[in-house]
Design a protein around this ligand. Sequence first.
Ligand SMILES: [Zn+2]
Length: 326
Amino acid sequence: MKTTTGLRALRRAAMLTLLAATTGFAAAPMQRTQAPGFYRMMVGDFEFTALNDGTNLLPADKLLRNVTAAELKKQLAAAYLQDPVETSFNAFLVNTGSKLVLIDTGAGSLMGPRNGHLLASLQAAGYQPEQVDEVYLTHFHGDHVGGLLSVDERTFPNAVVRADTREAKYWLDTKEMNKAPEAARGQFANAQSHIGPYVASGQFQTFDGAAAGARGVTLVPGIRALATHGHTPGHTSYVIESHGAKLVVLGDLVHVSAVQLPKPAVGIRFDTDPPGAIAQRVQVFADAADHGYWVAGAHLSFPGIGHLRHAGAGYAWIPVNYGTQF
Ligand SMILES: [Zn+2]
C-alpha cells in the first residue's frame, strides 16, 4: 500500500516537472547587453544628447600621475570602484534648431569591440550621420577622432570638421611625429589617417583658441570653443549657451572622476603638458562650481552630464537627474 502511494507521488512529481518545463517555468536566458546609449535633455532652446561610444577598462594605477598607490586605492574604494576602472567614452550632439553639431566622434575601430558604438547610439537617438553639419573635436586622440571614418569612408560626408589650430599643427605634422617617442607615434598616425580625408575634401577648418582667450571662438550661434590646452597642445572645451542656460563640454579635463574630482592635481600619462592640464582642470572646475552651470565629460560615467560642487579642497559630482519630459 505504502509503495503504491510512493509511486503515485513520484509520478505526480514527474508530471509537474514536465508541465513546468513546457509552460515556461524554465530559467530565462540572460541577455547581457545594454540599450544603445543616448541621453537627451534641453539646454535652453537647444536639444543636447549624450551619445555613448562604449566603455573600456582604464588601468588607473598605470596611467594616473601625482597619486600614491595607497591613495588611489582609497579613492577608488570610496567610490565602490576597482582598478582597472570601467570608463565611459561619450560624445555629445547639439541640435541648435538650425545646425546639428557633434562634439567628438568616439573611437571607431581604433579600440576594439568595447568601443565604436557611436553610430548605433546616434541612430538610436533618431539621427543619421549625413545630417551632421559640424563636428567639433576636443582633441585628436584616437578615442575622439576614430569615429570620423567608417572603414575608409568619411562617416559624416556633409560635415565641416573643426579643431584648434595648435592641435592640427601638432598631430598632422610629420616632423612632430618623428620627434615623438616611438610609443606615441601611433596616436599621430591615427589622427592623420582619420582627419586626412576631411582635409583632402576641403571639410576641415581650424580656429585660434589661444588668441581668443577666455571669450572663446564662436563657431555657430550659441556654441563657443574655449582653449583648455594642456592635455594636448590644442585641447578645447565647448561652451553651449541658450536662453540663459549654459553647459560646458569639458573634453578630457577629467579621466577618472573618482580620483581627479577630490584631487584635481592628479594627472594622466597622456597629458602632453602635465602642469598645463592640471591648471586648466583646476580653473574650469572652480568656475563651474562657482557658477553652477552644467558640465559634460567624455570620460565621466555615461551620460557624463551633471554639476560640480565644491567639496573640501576638491569637488563632488552631482549627475543629471533622469528625465523623460521635454
Ligand atoms: Zn579621451
